[in-house]
Design a protein around this ligand. Structure first.
Ligand code: ADP
Ligand code: MG
Length: 584
């Protein structure tokens, strides 16, 4: 799914102005250098004329030759410098857009990410921003220099003969009408071409993320077709944009030819009636001729801008996705260092307005310290409890409070820094094992690291890996087993010294020996930290100080194992079947 155009957004060019404004002086310098380069080029014929006129004077020849050489060198140097400054500025504009987008996307609400394609968002940061380069150099500079020349020429034409100027402008206006039809088509086609690149990014991300499954399912051919279709759609639309751009260029060229003929006809008649001199007509025709190049330049800039505008619109859509609340100006109280107490009070929640409720009024309270286990059938809403505690989502009604304060009262990064969260299926990021462990606390000292590696029983793995903690793991390194990944995730969370530890089926893939060891570690931790676990092993559940039984988005019962076996038939059944079956 691509991002829906939900609200009216300001015009794309405003966004561009925002990116270009910081570089206005550099851009102006580059444009000026280009103008001066053009001017030095224009001087050359004059010097050449001087040379030819003075062929009999040796000194004059030497002088003229030196002047010409100087002009040629200056022309090359200024031209080179000008294009370097312009290109550099354009790259800086791209950099600015990429920085803004990257920062923004890291702060997106999870809801926004749930509803968009990561591959498409990636294309917006990488591919769409690239298109701003041409917009900056070609469009803005073209429009600036071409526009200036155009105005100057038109003024000169007006001075020579206002009537003929009127004739010329009428022809240009006619061409403008035609361009008014063509230009939006370029924009539309460019937009579709960029969208197709986004679709391609999304498909690639989907396929490469599950390449093993794709291969095992023998689905390469179908996936290949999807990719090719997206690539072809981008090609088709780009070709269409090229066609309309060419049409626009030709319309401008044709208009100038028509203007030339019309001026010749009208001007001829005016000469015949004695309204103007022949010289005036010749001068005017020369100006019509001069007008050609700036008009082409301006039309080129406008058509070029359409591609950029399409990219800008896509960037703007990404920037309008909901992001997490920014840090508030007034510092909020930071969660203290003590273990946290947590409470859900009548929490109702659904992932989106068009999806069914996942929590229908969930309430429970967890005191500071100790272990609370969440059990219940799959889909009961256990993982969602943790997502809400992390504020990946906010409840629709009801309150979640930490230390007696609603979560919204805590500064978001501070709130999260108090929590250690081991996700269900926590991923290993590509990088070294050390990077992975220190992700949540880069400043942890070596002692703490060694201790956590030992308590999570990763020491055996570290000893086995060729470069120990520095071994690359994840995408471009050694693949870890499911159990190893889980232990890395637990170690990562413990290194944060959390006040609230959330473990979501964090030991489900461990073997019996490792599981028993980790259980002891967690029991240890729960003496000084509030621990919430989603568990399915009886051994873990019976250890908990209290058990919250969830079913279909509701809390059915809270109690100890003994109490619940007697009081809650669902729990008794779970305990008898699911837990026992998987208990290590
Ligand atoms: P549990 O962890 O108890 O198995 P979850 O909290 O993961 O259950 O899910 C509860 C319900 O919410 C399920 O029906 C699931 O399909 C749905 N759900 C979970 N995550 C999302 C999501 N990101 N978007 C939409 N629905 C979701
Ligand atoms: Mg779950």
């Amino acid at each position: 799914m691509s991002i829906a155009a939900t609200e009216t957004r300001p015009a794309a060019w405003r966004l561009l102005i925002g990116y270009v404004l910081p570089h206005r002086w550099a851009l102006l310098t580059g444009a000026l250098l280009s103008l001066v380069t053009g001017a030095t080029g224009l001087l050359l014929p004059l010097v050449a004329k001087g040379l030819i006129d003075n062929l009999s004077h040796d000194r004059a020849i030497t002088g003229a030759l030196l002047a010409m050489s100087a002009l040629v060198v200056a022309n090359a140097a200024l031209g080179g410098l000008g294009s370097y400054v312009l290109r550099r500025t354009a790259e800086s504009v791209v950099l600015g857009a990429r920085r803004a987008l990257s920062s923004y996307l890291l702060r997106l609400r999870i809801t926004a990410v749930d509803r968009s394609e990561p591959g498409d968002l990636m294309a917006r940061i990488t591919s769409d921003t690239t298109l701003l380069r041409e917009v900056t150099t070609d469009s803005l500079v073209g429009l600036g220099t071409g526009g200036l020349t155009l105005v100057a020429t038109v003024v000169m034409m007006g001075l020579v003969d206002p009537v003929l100027l009127g004739v010329t402008l009428a022809v240009i206006a006619g061409a403008g009408t035609v361009l008014g039809v063509i230009v939006p088509r370029i924009n539309r086609a460019s937009r579709r071409a960029q969208d197709a690149v986004g679709v391609m990014g999304a498909s690639l991300e989907r396929i490469l993320g599950a390449l093993r499954t794709v291969k095992a399912s023998g689905a390469e051919h179908r996936e290949e077709r999807t990719l090719h279709e997206a690539a072809e759609e981008s090609w088709r639309q780009s070709v269409r944009a090229a066609k309309w751009s060419a049409a626009a260029g030709n319309t401008a060229g044709l208009a100038m030819q028509i203007a030339f003929i019309t001026v010749l006809a009208v001007g001829g008649a005016r000469v015949a009636t004695g309204a103007i001199e022949v010289g005036t007509l010749v001068a005017f025709l020369l100006y019509v001729f001069y007008l050609m190049s700036p008009i082409q330049q301006v039309v080129g800039a406008i058509t070029q801008y359409q591609t950029g505008a399409a990219a800008l619109a896509r960037i703007q859509e990404a920037l309008s996705l909901p992001s997490e609340p920014a840090a508030r100006p007034a510092p909020l109280p930071t969660p203290g260092a003590e273990p946290a107490a947590l409470a859900f009070d009548d929490v109702r929640f659904r992932y989106a307005d068009d999806l069914p409720y996942v929590h229908h009024g969930v309430s429970f309270a967890v005191p500071a310290r100790g272990m609370t286990a969440f059990v219940g059938p799959s889909g009961a809403g256990k993982t969602t409890v943790f997502s809400l505690i992390e504020r990946f989502y906010d409840p629709e009604s009801g309150t979640i409070s930490l230390d007696g304060r609603p979560l919204a009262d805590w500064e978001l990064p501070r709130l999260r820094s108090a929590i250690g969260y081991v996700e269900q299926d926590a991923p290993v990021l590509s990088g070294s094992l050390r990077d992975n462990l220190l992700l949540g606390n880069p400043d942890a000292d070596e002692d703490a690291l060694t201790r956590v590696v030992r308590t999570t029983r990763l020491d055996g793995l570290v000893a086995r890996l060729p470069q120990g903690l520095e071994t690359l793991v994840g995408h471009r390194g050694t693949k870890l087993s499911g159990g190893e990944r889980q232990r890395v995730a637990i170690a990562r969370a413990l290194l944060r010294r959390p006040r609230l530890l959330l473990l979501d089926e964090a030991t489900s893939q461990l073997d019996a020996v490792n599981e028993a060891a980790l259980r002891d570690t967690v029991a240890d931790v729960s003496r000084t930290t509030t621990v919430l676990v989603v568990a399915h092993r009886l051994s873990t559940v019976t250890m908990a100080d209290r058990i919250v039984v969830m079913d279909a988005g509701r809390v059915r019962a809270v109690g100890t194992h003994r109490e619940l076996v007697a009081a809650d038939p669902l729990y008794a059944e779970l305990a008898a079947t699911q837990f026992l079956a998987t208990a290590g």
